[in-house]
Design a binder for this molecule. Sequence first.
Ligand code: ZN
Length: 450
Amino acid sequence: MEQQLEVHLSSLHDDPLEAAASMTGSLASMEAEQYAYLAEFLHDCAEDPALSAFDGGERRFAYGGAGTPAIPEFAVTQVQVQLGLSPYAAQRLVADVMSLTHRLPGVLAAMADGQVQAWRARMVATATRDLPLADVARVQEVLLEGVRGGVPLVARITRKRLQQVLDQAEMTVLPEGVAEEIEHWLAARDVTIRPGERGTSVLSGTVSTADGARLTHRLTQVADWWVELGDTRTRSVLRSVALGMLADPGMLDNLYARVCAHRAGQDLLDLDLSDVAPSDLDPLAPAPSGHPLPATVLYVHHEPDTTERKPGGCWSLDGHGALSADQAAELVGHSHVTLKPVIDLAAPIQCPGYVASPRLKEHLALMNAGLCTFPYCDQPAIGGDYDHRQPYPRGPTTKTNGHLLCRRHHRAKTFARWRVQSVTTGVWLWTSPTGDHYVVTAGTTTPLVP
Ligand SMILES: [Zn+2]
């Protein structure tokens, strides 16, 4: 083994990054081996409690979920001490090892083959712990779907996306459980404001997903109003100012009136709102009329292969990930929601000129699961840059000649010799400065091994 490792290292010594990358698979295999030893020890303890218990008074738990053996609690303590872990970390490790061994053998095998990193396998094990065995098998089947006879889906997506896939699986299979969890977290909502550094207060807290989305839109909208009126402070500062204004909605009315006057080319309201203290406003003034928020966009992912137990596909909110049916309903209950089925991405769109239209950007974003098209990037595509593959005007502003990149990766492509080709609509082939290739499609990344 030692000899092998030496040969391995010396042959790659010329390229330290390549050497580091090549170890990812070996590390996964070694961790799978460690899990196999742990499973062997835990099984021995499950069969013969005397191996771990000395007074016979210990309890047993199926840490790994349904279908995994009950493990004596002090076996976990032995694992904890021998591996130098905290009690909580040891319990989580034992739970994940048992889950992978008994409920997700395919994922564990892919890890042993070096295809799936340990953190991905453990994320799957943890997230599927409460699912019945049959449903875990189905999730495993989806996650192991491979391309080129190799890389399974679970290894081709970002951490955020994997979490979303797992959340959706849980919401579809166990809607009651998820609803209970949501209720639990909603019941713990809280907002606190405490003194911060000189002249500031620090605000922290939790709101519902729907409130969070609406608040985000409102703060952006009010910051935009200030910019429209010529305010040169940064958007971050203006969003904070906007939040403060919500303390007295009448101030929003005044600001909006000024924006309207400004748009109409009038200068009727010569009022500097930054000087208006809430006490200056008439407490008996009528309640603010309210200004419509920009629409919240809710994407409906229809799954054609639905079974009786998952009739409705699922939903996602831009920037907020997967939603339960109740959360989606709460958003729909709000009047300014645009529902968008994820369909017809093949329809051609051409924009006159250099700038990509919002519709073109939306389609391009959905073609890569809402993400920047750079390998493994988890930044949102909406709000990113439209990158012309063939420079404009030789290349038009269309779906086939462009894609969306976050700012960092737009710079990587412009300045760091990363190259991209569109193999076909929605499939991008990236070439690194050192000549490595990556296929990116539908939010997945697959390295092409020569
Ligand atoms: Zn990116």
